[in-house]
Design a protein around this ligand. Sequence first.
Ligand code: FES
Ligand code: FE2
Length: 410
Amino acid sequence: MSKTASEWTKRPNHQVIPYVDSRIYSDEQIFEEEIAKIWKKVWLLTVHESEIPNNLDYRTLTIAREPIVIVRGPDAKVRAFLNVCPHRGNIVVRHPAGNLSVAEPSGTTNHMTCMFHAWQFDAYGKCVDIPRAKQGYQDRLTKKDVGLRELPCEVAYGGFVWVTLDEQAGSLQSFIGNALDMLHTELHTEPLEVFHYHKAIIPSNYKLWHDTNSEFYHDYMHYFNRATGMMHPGYFQRKYTPFPNGHASVGSMEIKYDAYEGAASRDLSFPGMQRNGWKLIDLFPGSTYNLRGSSLRIDTMTPISANQVMIEFRGLGLKSDSAEVREQRIRDHNTIWGPFGRNLHEDLLGITGQGVAMRPGTETRTILHGRVEDSTIHDEVGMRHFYDEWARRMGRSPMDPSQPYGMAAE
Ligand code: FES
Ligand SMILES: [Fe+2]
């Protein structure tokens, strides 16, 4: 039966049917709070070490609106800096990627040079030149008084570069805990290498991407997944395991790739991974390790506004791959996850539709997170676990964000 306005807006009993309030996806003020209380506070997966393989290679990116530069030093150590000049706040390194041996205009090789007044910094973040320093500053300010702000940075869990803006964030290991244990052998036996990168900027809230990655009930949307997964033994046994700090994993299963016409089984794998296996781990607040036998997909999110997110997709194989093996991994990856693959664009379309229906200013709705199936694959426990952590960090109830955490019926 269709519903009247008052019936449609009536909330279910949360103890019976868990839900969240759509304002957590559409409200700009809540988004600003998320930037401050979550994105500026946690460890975030950024680039892979193979994207900056040589000394003085760099990559720039943005975390919680703050420009960041990641540089491999002359000592081969990877460091992260706020990419902001201590002089008058200009962005220092402007290219998305490169090597510092190529000097900026008005700069010197091996240095990062701010284009505005040509202050220069080395790959350790030290200020190495201030033009006409003595004339302007006399002895009131020297190079030692200024430098780039270095951020906590670690290379870990498969060679990824992790960064946090918060020096009080605690260790990366305490943030991740045991969440990535399921992939320990796959990630640590051999060095990995990025072979694929693309990104999507989607008019939707970042949490909706997390949600679609963390529930498999939407396999109804993916014909490929239905044909190769849902129809086969083991699928409904796959179980969620929640970990502290909002992370969750979904147990392994074997995929029947050859059940899809034109697809072939994946003879290649990762060390420790069963042939045609599939393991997935969602990390709070916005990255995913997704290993389908022969290729690892890593999603990272950069929230732009309540209704816009950039999602970056990387495909990885083993650094030791021969050209032939690498070609096969790329084929396997793109069959399902490339821009013309059989899966990923469908997820992007799904959350774009949600983004249209939950734009800022749309009426408040109830978004159901209520499937309970003994933590198996169509259970929505992964989302509920994520929003428990969200509530704890935000101090707000996700089912009524005008209420403080704990005041509603969590
Ligand atoms: S703002 Fe960078 S040198 Fe002046
Ligand atoms: Fe999906």
